[in-house]
Structures are given as C-alpha cells and as structure tokens.
Design a binder for this molecule. Structure first.
Ligand SMILES: Cc1cc2nc3c(=O)[nH]c(=O)nc-3n(C[C@H](O)[C@H](O)[C@H](O)COP(=O)(O)OP(=O)(O)OC[C@H]3O[C@@H](n4cnc5c(N)ncnc54)[C@H](O)[C@@H]3O)c2cc1C
Length: 423
C-alpha cells in the first residue's frame, strides 16, 4: 500500500463544517488537506440559516460580504400554535455586531467555501477520497484512504459505479473528522453516541409561492409537532413539517450531489394540493399558494451527541459529533464554532508548542455545550413571568432558536427563560 507524505492536518469530509475547518486552519498558516468520498459539493439547501455567532466567524475569515450579498436577512422568529401567535424572538435586540440570521442554502455556502479555499489558499478539495480508518501512531496518526474512480457496469444499459482504484496510507499530525452523521473517524475511534430521543421525521418542501414574506422565520409548535417556515430569496420559501415516524419511507442522511429536482416526476396537482392542505392545517395564517415545488425530501433527525469529541490526535466537529432537530439549524452552526475552537487549539499546538491538554478542554467544552443544547443538563428554566404556553413548551422551544452560546441565552431571556449557553 502506497505511503503518502505527511501533512499537518487532514480534514475528513468537505461538508460545510469540514470546509470551514480547512479554511480557518489555512488562514492560521497550517498545512491542511481536505478529502471527501463524494465527487462534489451538495446540491440542495439542507441547513439553510446562519446564526449571528456564525456571521461573526465568517467576518473573521473575510467571507461575510459574499454571504450577505446572496443571503436573506431574518430579524425575528414568530412562535405559533395553529392559528394563534404565542410569542416572538427579536433578533434585532441582541447586543451583537450582527443581530440577525441570514438564510442561505447550504449548497451555495459550500460552493463559497470551496472557491475560497481554492482561490485564496490554493487548496483543492480531494473529491472521491474515502477514509476507511485511522490508526494512531506515536506522535502522529495514519489515515487509510481509498481513492475512488468511476467504472461502468451493465451490458445492455450502462450504469456508472465507483470502485477503489487504490488505497493509500496518509500520515498526519492530526485528523479532523468532519465526516457527518455516520462518521468513519468516530467509528474508527470506537466512540459511541448518547441519544436522548427517538429519531423524528421531517418532510422538507421548498417552493415558489405567489405571496411576499416579511423577514421573519416562524415556528409552529402544536401539541404534537414542530414545523418551521423560512422565507428565502425572492418568493421562495421552505416549510419543514414534522411527520409521524411510521410515514418515513427510507433512512438517508446522505446529501444529493446532482442538481435534479428530486420530486419532479411526483409533483403532480394532487401532491401540490396535499402539501398545501398540510400547511393550512398546521399554519392557517399562511396565505401563499404553492406555484412550484423545487425540492422536497423526508429526513430523520436524532437528538444525540458523541460521548467524546475525539482522542489523542483525532478530533470531531459538526454532525460527526452531534445532531438535533432541524428547526433552529443548531447542528451546523454550532459545528462552525467547534471548527474555530479546534483549529485554534491545533494551531497553538503545532505552532506555539501548546499542550495536547488544549484538546481535552475542547472535548469538555463541546460535550458541555451539547448536554445543555439537548436538555440533558441545565435545561431552560421558566421564570414566574413566562407565559403558560412558553412554560409548557420550554424544552421544545430550545432547539428551535436559531442561535447558540450567549446569543441563545439572551434570546431565551426574552421569553423569560433562564438558560446558560456556552461562552
Ligand atoms: C435532506 C437533509 C435535510 C436537512 N435539513 C436540515 C435543516 O432543515 N436544518 C438543519 O439544521 N439541518 C438540516 N440538515 C442537516 C445539515 O445538512 C447538517 O447539520 C450539516 O450538513 C452538517 O454539516 P457537516 O459538515 O458537519 O456534515 P455533512 O454536511 O454531513 O458533511 C460530511 C461530509 O463528509 C463526507 N464523508 C462522510 N464519510 C466520509 C468518509 N469516510 N471519507 C471521506 N468523506 C466522508 C460526506 O460525503 C460529506 O460531504 C439536513 C440534512 C439532510 C441530509
């Protein structure tokens, strides 16, 4: 098996969090490689909102202007129970540099990251490179990587498939596992996840509507389900509707890589009417008519976190280490903060003789933050002044807030909820 040259940091996974980790490391002057088993960035919008804390991180690496130029600003989040508005979060009242959320599709964000890595740092994502395992060594780690190539199979009808062209061993001072839900890095380290709920199924619909929407996201928390509305650029919008788990047909956390309209064939008049009716039942105040569905998918989300965020020279960020329900877009956004913190610790170790204990601190900080975000420890406590509706739903409100850290505590304070977010 061929042995490659040693690199300082190997980032596994070129999703949003892996791409951002590679960018921050490169900005810090660290030699970095980034690999992904797929052939290109994602094709749809997935986690489509950027928190105030994320905007600050993007400003530091010079990406904010690009993001603001193509994203849509959100100033508040309204909370509904069927027809009635119960409460709201006023992002504009946050005393931070960017007191708003930006709606931007994940595929556009991933493209921005990839271009910036290539143009400014001359780093190309190594697509079609799949990590199979990591092997700790004294003072380094070796990653075993399969380089994948296209092959055709099928005699009458030609089908394209992927095969391993060769396997190489890549030594690195550190490996960052940003390889998502089924993380091969996490599994290779034998790290388990702590789950706190059964998976919850959401149906996501993005469509052109005939109405115009204010710069407000809306969460509908009825007695049984969580549903979220995000206005997007122009007249486009996104609804994520929680479904009964038995309706879920196929488990998939993989992201599409082709720009096809997934539901194109099935979006007939009946389907449009069914989606419209579902939205009307849960959010009677929504007046838009669906003109055309651009993208639709059903996906399951679990509330879970890795018991450790890594060990020795292999560390995890993003969905490789956690997941929560999609309403507040917390998993990806907290992943960006983790990336910043981990890249900072690795830079101190590699450039300033910092101790490996910095990584233990990283682990404790992340596990602590996720235990609070998932309500395992330090769940939000309603004050007497909180409304009965908020008191009853405070655990369900927590993952719906598009913020983390101090911003999250301050926004929950508007609802008269006490919550200790990360610093
Ligand atoms: C259909 C769908 C809808 C979603 N909707 C929402 C939503 O509404 N709100 C929300 O907050 N979140 C949503 N998400 C989740 C959101 O996309 C994730 O939180 C976000 O992508 C996490 O980013 P990440 O970089 O940590 O991981 P990912 O985006 O999962 O990236 C991991 C990368 O690692 C690569 N990889 C995996 N294994 C290997 C390996 N062995 N070797 C090399 N590369 C590997 C993958 O190809 C992938 O590119 C959705 C996800 C899906 C699939």
């Amino acid at each position: 098996m061929a042995q490659e040259q040693e690199t300082e940091v190997l980032v596994v996974g070129a999703g949003p969090v892996g791409l951002f980790t590679a960018l921050v490391l490169a900005e810090n002057g660290i030699q970095v490689r980034i690999i992904d088993k797929e052939e290109r960035t994602a094709a749809h919008s997935y986690a489509c909102a950027l928190h105030p804390r994320t905007l600050k991180l993007f400003q530091r690496i010079g990406l904010l202007e690009d993001v603001l130029a193509i994203g849509r600003r959100i100033d508040s989040v309204g909370f509904y129970d069927g027809p009635s508005r119960q409460t709201e979060l006023r992002l504009a009242e946050l005393n931070v540099e960017f007191p708003f959320v930006v709606v931007l599709s994940q595929c556009a964000l991933e493209r921005l990251f990839e271009q910036r890595l290539k143009r400014k740092r001359r780093i190309k994502v190594e697509w079609c490179h799949r990590l199979s395992r990591v092997e700790p060594q004294k003072g380094s780690v070796v990653a075993e990587i399969d380089k994948l190539g296209e092959t055709s199979k099928g005699y009458i009808v030609r089908e394209l498939d992927w095969e391993v062209e060769k396997t190489v061993r890549t030594p690195a001072s550190f490996v960052v596992g940003a390889d998502g839900y089924d993380s091969a890095v996490r599994q290779s380290l034998g790290i388990e996840c702590e789950s706190i709920s059964e998976p919850q199924t959401f149906a996501v619909y993005e469509f052109q509507s005939d109405d115009k929407y204010e710069n407000e996201a809306r969460v509908v928390l009825d007695s049984a389900t969580t549903n979220v509305f995000w206005p997007q650029a122009g007249n486009r919008c996104r609804w994520s509707l929680q479904m009964a788990n038995q309706d879920f047909s196929e488990e998939s956390h993989a992201k599409e890589r082709t720009d096809v309209l997934i539901v194109e064939q099935s979006v007939d008049v009946k389907t449009l009417a069914r989606v419209q009716q579902r939205i009307q039942e849960r959010a009677p105040w929504f007046k838009g008519n669906i003109k055309e569905i651009d993208w639709s998918v059903e996906v399951q989300f679990e509330m879970r976190h890795a018991k450790r965020f890594g060990q020795n020279r292999c560390w995890l960020v993003g969905d490789a280490a956690h997941q929560t329900v999609p309403a507040g877009m917390q998993s990806m956004n907290v992943g960006f903060s983790e990336a910043e913190e981990l890249a900072g610790a690795l830079t101190k170790i590699l450039r300033e003789g910092g101790s490996l204990d910095l990584l233990e601190t990283y682990d404790r900080t992340c596990v602590g933050e996720w235990q609070r975000l998932l309500g395992i420890k330090g769940a939000p406590k309603p004050r007497d002044a909180a409304s009965p509706w908020v008191k009853e739903r405070c655990a369900r409100i927590l993952p719906c807030v598009p913020a983390s850290g101090q911003d999250l505590s301050l926004l929950l304070d508007q609802l008269r909820l006490d919550f200790q977010g990360a610093k």
